[in-house]
Structure formats: structure tokens, C-alpha cells
Design a protein around this ligand. Structure first.
Ligand code: SAM
Length: 353
């Protein structure tokens, strides 16, 4: 007579008798179930249905609108990949933004990087943070960290006021139903692009390639219109429907501006500078502006851009001793590159085939 919690995404956290498995919702025709030992918390917040239960075999489990968000047993699989793929792809991430992330797991992983000076987090639902502090203490362990700047509000609205600020932005959102719907559209990714500094990197939960092919294709197409480099990685997370999770990792162009000389006076020098800069950077442009107090009344600038960071190769690697010291259970430096090697059906899903 034990109950099961069903991951059928019906919009409500259903507690079903073990002989009644509900089908339908976001992923019709299938359901994933966990046996419940005890319901620890169940209330409706302003935004969603929030449930925490103690499972028989996966520890405490957070469920939002009927969909499992994380379990104590397998959370490392998701948190470490979503956090460390962009963080290790960046050579020196100092300022990091997390959108969503109310359970605190991504925050915990980001703060393991010694280069990080500030983490800003914008989570819409304070109730998720409160229940995580109480029932998922290992995930929520860093909410008291002085490097954290926590905002309660909508991530989409928050981004409108933040431009050119972050080295890494991680979107740890729920699925595109309910409050997270706006976090899966092109306009959100345009805001993300504006919020990143030159050479910045983002990661976002990229749903399940077995189930969400159309969404993944749409996201891939618009991300490519916005970012220099768009990649998709996969990993296993047993308690997400179908057991496979995808991650979008995108990077900005790295731009550098050098002051140059006036074209009127130093044509040869400028031609020479353009020539050798082109040997280093694939894209080089010259711009000039009026400067009334400079000889000839103008000033020139060389703008060089490296097309992309190779996000599939870690810019910093961990030895196996460091992996242990960091307490990592899933991510390591070899897995970083391997995660971007995709099965054919995932490549096809991304291309819309
Ligand atoms: N790993 C999970 C998954 O993919 O199932 C998601 C983790 S959970 C921490 C996602 C969080 O995103 C929730 O706490 C939810 O409240 C938050 N969220 C949803 N929509 C949001 C929005 N528009 N702005 C900020 N946070 C949002």
C-alpha cells in the first residue's frame, strides 16, 4: 500500500496508489515513478505546486508541478554538468549569474571555482529556496555564502537590466510549462547574450533529446542566430523522464579593441597593423571617429574578434585527486569533451531532421 510519485507532468503532484499509474501530460504514454516513504511538504506557492517527499531509494525529492526536479541520490549528475561545462570552458570565470536554481545545487558547484568573485542568482519562487534549505540541506548549503547576491523575481525581467556583466550565465530552470515558459524563447537568449561579457559562456538545461526534439531544434536554430558557438551535450540523469538530459552551451565572440592611428596620417602603419593582426585573429575591422583635438581631427581603432571559444574542451582541467577534493561524483575533464559527442538521433534532432 505504498504510494508512488509519478513524473507524468500533469500539472499537479499526484500521489497515486502503486496500482494506478497515470499517463499523459507533457510526455504522453509514459511515466516514471518513485516509491514514497513520507510526504514532507506539499503546498501551492504563488507560481507552482511544490512537493518534497522522502523516497524509498532516492533520498528526498523535490517535485514542482508534478515533475521531479532533483533527488538527493542523483542530483550530482545534473548539477555538475550544467554548472561545470560552462565554468570549465571559461579560463577565468569571475562573475556568474544563475537564473532559477532554487534548490541551490548549481550555486554550490559554481562556488567550488576559486576564480569566482560574485554569484548573482535570480529565482522566481522563494518557497523553493525555503523548502530546499530545510529538506535538501546538501544542495542548499551555500545560500549563506557572502559571494552570493540573491534576487527573488522573474529571470526574464531581471535580465533586462543587466548588460555586459557576467562571464558565465547558467539557466537552471524548470520545464517550459508554468513560470519557466519565457526562459525557452529567442528573446530570452537575446537578453542572455546582452548580459554576457565578451567571451562569456552560457549553459541552459536543454531538455531530453528522446522527448523534446522539436524544442531542441527550435532552440538550436535561434541560438545559432545569436551566438558565435552553439553546442549541445548530453548526460544521464536517472530520475528525469527517459533518463537522458541535454545541455545547451553557447559562447560569445571574443572582441578586442586597440587604439590605432589616423588614416589621414598613417596609412602605411595601419595597413601593416591590420596585416599582422589578421595573422592572429580571424576577423579584423578598422573604425574611425572624429576627435577634434587630434592631428587631422580623427582617431582610428582596430577591432579584432576571435570567433569562438571551444566550449567542448575544458580551458582548465582537474586531476583525479582534484576531482575527489572537489567532491565531484559525475563531472571530470575527460567527460567534459565526451559529453559533446552525440548519438546520430540527437544530431538529427538538433538539425530538425
Ligand atoms: N533541474 C531541474 C529540472 O530540469 O528539472 C530544475 C531545477 S529547479 C531548481 C528550477 C527552478 O527554476 C525552480 O526553482 C523554479 O522556481 C525556477 N524558475 C522557473 N521559472 C523561473 C523564472 N521565470 N525565473 C526565475 N526562476 C524560475
Amino acid at each position: 500500500d505504498l504510494e508512488v510519485i509519478n513524473n507524468a507532468a500533469s500539472g499537479d503532484s499526484k500521489q497515486l496508489k502503486s496500482d494506478g499509474v497515470e499517463m499523459g501530460g507533457a510526455w504522453p504514454g509514459q511515466a516514471f515513478s518513485l516509491q514514497v516513504d513520507e510526504v514532507l511538504f506539499h503546498e501551492k506557492s504563488k507560481y507552482q505546486d511544490v512537493l518534497v517527499f522522502k523516497s524509498r531509494t532516492y533520498g528526498n525529492v523535490l517535485v514542482l508541478d508534478g515533475i521531479i526536479q532533483c533527488t538527493e541520490r542523483d542530483e550530482a549528475a545534473y548539477q555538475e554538468m550544467l554548472a561545470h561545462l560552462p565554468m570549465f570552458a571559461h579560463p577565468n570565470p569571475k562573475r556568474v549569474l544563475i537564473i532559477g536554481g532554487g534548490d541551490g545545487g548549481i550555486l554550490r558547484e559554481v562556488l567550488k571555482h576559486p576564480s569566482v568573485e560574485h554569484v548573482t542568482m535570480c529565482e522566481i519562487d522563494e518557497m523553493v529556496i525555503d523548502v530546499s534549505k530545510k529538506w535538501l540541506p546538501k544542495m542548499a548549503a551555500e545560500f549563506g555564502n557572502p559571494k552570493l547576491n540573491l534576487f527573488i523575481g522573474d529571470g526574464f525581467e531581471f535580465l533586462k537590466a543587466h548588460k555586459n556583466e557576467f562571464d558565465v550565465v547558467i539557466t537552471d530552470s524548470s520545464d517550459p510549462v508554468g513560470p519557466a515558459e519565457s526562459l525557452f524563447g529567442k528573446s530570452y537568449y537575446q537578453l542572455l547574450s546582452d548580459a554576457l561579457r565578451d567571451g562569456g559562456i552560457l549553459s541552459s538545461q536543454g531538455e531530453c533529446p528522446w522527448l523534446d526534439g522539436n524544442l531542441i531544434h527550435t532552440m538550436n536554430v535561434f541560438c545559432k542566430e545569436i551566438f558565435a558557438n552553439v553546442k549541445y551535450a548530453i548526460g544521464s540523469v536517472p530520475t528525469y523522464t527517459s533518463g537522458t538530459m541535454g545541455y545547451f552551451v553557447c559562447s560569445q565572440v571574443i572582441k578586442m579593441t586597440f587604439s590605432s592611428e589616423s588614416l589621414w596620417l598613417h596609412l602605411e602603419l595601419i595597413a601593416h597593423m591590420v596585416q599582422f593582426t589578421k595573422q592572429i585573429f580571424p576577423t579584423v575591422r578598422y573604425a574611425s571617429s572624429v576627435m577634434s583635438t587630434y592631428p587631422s581631427g580623427s582617431m582610428g581603432y582596430l577591432i579584432a574578434a576571435k570567433n569562438e571559444r571551444d566550449v567542448t574542451t575544458p580551458a582548465r582541467t582537474l586531476t583525479s585527486e582534484e576531482v575527489q577534493k572537489w567532491g565531484l561524483r559525475f563531472y571530470n575533464s575527460s567527460l567534459h569533451s565526451a559529453a559533446f559527442v552525440l548519438p546520430t538521433f540527437v544530431q538529427q534532432a538538433l538539425e530538425g531532421k
